[in-house]
Design a protein around this ligand. Sequence first.
Ligand code: MEV
Length: 318
Amino acid sequence: MTNNGIGYSSAKIILIGEHSVVYGEPSIALPFSAIKIKALVTTSTTKTTIDCAFYNGLLDDMPELLDSLKKAILLSLEKIKQTNTPLAIRIVSDIPAERGMGSSAAVAVATVRALFDYFNVTLPYSLLLQIVDEAEKIAHGNPSGLDALMTSSNTPYFFIKGQVPLAISLNLDAVLIVADTGITGRTKQVVAAIAQKYQAEQDSGPYHLAIQKLGQLAHSSKQFIESNEPVKLGHAFNEAQDALSLLKVSSPELNTLITVARENGALGAKLTGGGAGGCMIALAYDKKEAEHIAAALKNNGAKQTWLYEMSETNETIS
Ligand code: MEV
């Protein structure tokens, strides 16, 4: 047994297919490895403690807000058969919480990895996803599994709920801009609000049609990525934003940044993740254009921006 356990995870960005992925439609997402979480597990002399940005105290007294993390810890300890060992768990996160970057899944991924590492027990990838999915049921209500996959992987994926994900390589001559509104989203509530409308209407109702449309856009986006057609991918982003607005997932702050990006030459722009706040993404031809768009976004309220090369190297360049 080692005395220290370490686990890492990264943020994720959904290119297309948020929300519709919950209904079995495809999505495309990528790990955003410039933004990371690190979890550290050491021995505690008394009871199990947690030290993270939102809480510092006993596992037993953790606030409800952190119930999903508690679930991930307890499930891991059950699997490892070490429910009575007192531990000190520390989580250091660069991922802004509730901004569509998968922070709840990423916290769980890093913590589960650190716990298994501490006890020197092999963690099969399927078990990691299973534990994180259970935790995400508390955080998101009805998770598709996309966040668990993307915060624990190194590869962009074409993902359909319940199916083996398909790794895709990004061969696109384009740069992605990610911008944070600084407003926390409400993924669980938004997912639940969509479900209520979806279940209440006919198959031909507006929510069903918007979700189908998002699925079609994810399929065509995969082709545009494979055939290196950034202009078409940008259009797909714009159409996806229309469908997401119809699902009432956008917000005034997101709309402002999306408009600013388009007015400053973006090939397309949309929200990313749960919405109702959080982050937006925009596509630019090259780094120079992307820097220009990022500067405009910052001048118009974005709290932070990042650039991401959409080529094979998948480098985050700022
Ligand atoms: C949240 O990052 C993505 C959603 O599609 C929910 C999910 O996939 O579980 C909104």
